[in-house]
Design a protein around this ligand. Sequence first.
Ligand code: AMP
Length: 115
Amino acid sequence: MTTIFEKIISGEIPADIVYQDELVTAFRDIHPLAPTHILIVPNKAVATVNDLSEEDAAAAGRMLLVAGRIAAQEGIAESGYRLIINCNRDGGQEVFHLHMHLLGGRRMGPMVARN
Ligand code: AMP
C-alpha cells in the first residue's frame, strides 16, 4: 500500500523537503511538536524497523548520518535533540513508511510518559 511519504519522496505531493539524496529524504513534519521537527525516511518503502533487511543497511545508516547533519544546519547540534523511531501499535506508529523524527529547539522532557 502506498503511503503519503512515498508521494512526498516522489514529489507527487508537496512537502518542505530539507534534504534528499539517492537513499533518504528529510522533510518538516506537518504537525511539529518542537521548533525543529523533521522526518528522515528511506526512499525505499520499508514499513517498519521490523521490515529492514541487510540490503537496507546503507539507507538506515544514512538516516542517522543525515540526522546529525541536519541538526547542525538547524543550529541545534550543540544544544541537543532527540531522534525517535516509532514501531507498530505500542510504539505509536501512524505512517507505515519507516521514519526517524528529529526533534529539537527546546527541552524534550522525559524520554517517555509514565503510565
Ligand atoms: P508516527 O506517529 O511516528 O508514524 O509519525 C507520523 C508523523 O508523520 C506525524 O508526526 C505526522 O505529523 C507526520 N505527517 C503525516 N502526514 C504528513 C505530511 N503530509 N507531511 C509531513 N508530515 C506528515
